[in-house]
Design a binder for this molecule. Sequence first.
Ligand SMILES: NC(=O)c1ccc[n+]([C@@H]2O[C@H](COP(=O)([O-])OP(=O)(O)OC[C@H]3O[C@@H](n4cnc5c(N)ncnc54)[C@H](OP(=O)(O)O)[C@@H]3O)[C@@H](O)[C@H]2O)c1
Length: 433
Amino acid sequence: MSAGASEIATELVQALTGRGAQAGLLGESVQGVQTVIVTEGLSHLPVTERHWRVLDLCKRLYASGVRIVILEYAGAGDFAHTSGLKGLSRTLRQEWPDRSIVTWSLPAGASLSAQAELVLGAIASNAPEADLDAAGASVMEIGAAPGLVQATPADTNVWFVPGGARGVTAACASELARRQAGSTFVLAGRSGITPWPEGLQPATDMKLLRGALISGAKARGEKPALPDIDRQARALLAGQEIRHTLGTIAAAGARAVYLQVDMSDRDSIVATAQQITAEYGPITGLVHGAGVLADGLALKKTRDDVEYVFGPKVEGLANLLAAIDLSQLRHVGLFSSASAIFGNTGQSDYAMANAWLSAVARKLAGQLPAATVKSFCWGPWDGGMVDATLAGHFATRGISLIGLQDGARIFADQILQGDKQDIELLIGDEWAG
Ligand SMILES: NC(=O)c1ccc[n+]([C@@H]2O[C@H](COP(=O)([O-])OP(=O)(O)OC[C@H]3O[C@@H](n4cnc5c(N)ncnc54)[C@H](OP(=O)(O)O)[C@@H]3O)[C@@H](O)[C@H]2O)c1
């Protein structure tokens, strides 16, 4: 039984029935159906819509208990058409341990009948998650302890680092600057560099800052609304963090620039790429660290959640790659996550987005053989989006955190001098299901 309106669904049904199996396009009812083959992942829908539709279909199939086989083209077409659907099945297997869910990758160039043959073979052999076209993509595992810092050859770059002024990417950009003092680092994020108000005590802790802002407002005879105080405190802390990163990079001897850019906004990305090229020259180093979370169980996921998570990470990178001269790139580092490799409860959207990044890294590495292209599938860091609550969850599962300095050194080693063959890197502990 196949679901989805694509040609391969029809082709599969014909191939299956031709072999005496019972198969048909999925209607409203799944009664009597054992396996549903989801072909939506092969469609040419826009990237976020395609991933959302597959997730939504899986949600709707959950109650029926059917086996779900998701088809994708792992490396097909342009970057936007690349797939991160393995991140979905890996997460759903964790959230729905009593369900059978796999993703199979098909070769994009093969004829419909050849693809149908591959799927038939996989069904017959009850294949687990698989690349039906190849030996499968290998993941290079490196622990969370950095090796010796290597001497870096003299090399300067124009680095563009979306998400690089704050969080763990800032630590990585700072380490890069220490090794490439002559380089330019253009960091980008949504936050502004909000100036610190005169007379306000320095603070790095949200609670303390909130308290200080409330006291200050009361002293001025104002009655502050808590959401306004929170917004103000977050903006102040963001501005402080950005200034700190810019200062660290400048202190290392490199040029540090910050641009306020929303990586979910295509027009801003295009304008930013043009501005960087005009002012500093072509972008030769790209580190994509912009990302957000919308954690929640798959059965509760909404289109808004998927759009929110895919906005900066997936749409942002696809738009950026379309806006710059790829042939100038010498180093590319994409900040993916171990959730793309193992799946992670509550992160179906995030795992798909990060698996998509790894697939893009493979495709880009194929296109740019002279460049070093890496997808960094990070385990949890001791910093950035891992707050105390998340850190506690990881501790309970026995997963250790990556120290800021260790992670930054691994990152700089790999992006500057890592083996070009190792594209998808797992950094940190293996996760149990
Ligand atoms: N920390 C970890 O344990 C971990 C593990 C695996 C993977 N990662 C990945 O590593 C990257 C950095 O994570 P982090 O922990 O440092 O998170 P973080 O502290 O929340 O930082 C996220 C960064 O992305 C920027 N950003 C978010 N949305 C953006 C948008 N629409 N446009 C431009 N910039 C945007 C943020 O800046 P503004 O808020 O100013 O926009 C910030 O600089 C993420 O892609 C994350 O998925 C992190």
